[in-house]
Design a protein around this ligand. Sequence first.
Ligand code: ADP
Ligand code: MG
Length: 491
Amino acid sequence: MIMGEVQALEALCVAADSIWGDEDETIVYAQVLGQGKAVIFRFQRSPDSLPQSLPSRIVCCYHDLEVPDGAFTFQDRSSMRSALWSAIATVWPDCIKDPAIANPGIVVDILPGEAQEIVGRAYQEPLFDQYLALLHDTQPSDLVAEGHSPRIFDISEIVVLEVLGGRGCSKRVQFQDARKPSPLVFKGMDFQTYLLLHDDDDEFARTTVDVWRRSCKLIANMPRHPNIQSPPRYLVSVRDSNQNPVLVGHLSTYFAGGDLGNAIEAANARKSQIPLKQKAKWCHQMCLAITHTHRVAHTYHMDIKPANFVIDDQENLTLIDWEQSGAPATTLAPEADGTWDVEEQGTKENGSPKLVYTKYTGPERRNMPEGSGRESFHIWNVFPEWHASCPKALELAEVFALGRTMWMLLSQTANNFDEVERPDDVQVTWEGNHDTPSHWVKVVENCMKVDPNDRPSLDNLIKFWEGEAYSFKWQASSSFEAARFNMCRPN
Ligand SMILES: Nc1ncnc2c1ncn2[C@@H]1O[C@H](COP(=O)(O)OP(=O)(O)O)[C@@H](O)[C@H]1O
Ligand SMILES: [Mg+2]
């Protein structure tokens, strides 16, 4: 959000949250957060809208539609956003007085008025039923471990505070009830997310719901580990027209420390280095989390990167985001890009099995939903395949991802990956990192070896980082011992 665009809203203590459009290019939606509520507004252009009316101009500008006259759109997107947020600010005081606004499925239409320039009219959005239909069949047992009966809160009991980064479904929230102030994270599909994903066949929205259900169940059933996200604390429901609760999301603990990506950016902004002791501890904890994932939980993560490790109050890392639905190009192992198959053949000198990779040349194959993207790994996802056929190869692919993530931490590289579309697009350099011990650089480089057979195993990585993290403890306590010794020495 650019400063100035949201001035009118700020004056009302309302936060501008997001703007998005529909597939048919006739609607623009916007959500704001104010007075404990998240309210969605709609700007629509229909064949009988006046071309110079505000909703029509907003739709034309947002969707880049061709118009015969400059007066039928905006000069640029920034002026469009300013006009959009100001329009919402104009109707806000009346809207918020309307009790209907708190009902599920209510959207406020912004219309050209008679006397006034614009008016807001709350209406029941017809897509709300389609949204509920997508979620209707979800049972608590699809989301939590067997034998557990989680507490379920109605969505009206929850205040959205902020949309978190990532793909858009994660929100920082809090209970309406001021006696329960601790912040939580909502994940799932609220109505806003549905409107954002909705299209003709709702294929993508349906996949997103499935992915949410599976990830929720995955962490619920996973043996606990201190560096892995705990199962959801509560579930969230929305009431349908018969007042029956429909499960739409879950709530988990929010960690105020932010994620590792934020920590790297914050250190860079201060032009400071994260202490080596901290880096060693974090590398160790990342390796512990991934080892538990593969060796104890017998699964995989697939989205290893700094943004998916959050920092708790004791500055320990927790691995979040168990969607297993897409791998980031920045940390994806090159052999896991969907163009290779793998099998174990014979043994290496150290007795461990040797992995042999062959380029796939058969007919086109797909196990990812249409619309995931154009890269080979958006079409063929090797993770579930190798999980079943060659867990060793899967583990070594995640060792690569760990390597990239450890490199980002050690070299404090953050946020310049916009252009990265494939794994090889990342330039791994250690420039300006004179204080990273050379044996650390070597281990991390080994994790990123092109031939997975040359990468260290998770056991070796744990041993290495345990040793490094321990050496700092030892240094700290030995200097303490020395100080004590000096103090006690008779002079
Ligand atoms: N429990 C949490 N505590 C603190 N921040 C969180 C938490 N969960 C998510 N976040 C923040 O929100 C971002 C997106 O959440 P994530 O679960 O990774 O969803 P996505 O699938 O959108 O990547 C994370 O990168 C992190 O910055
Ligand atoms: Mg994430």
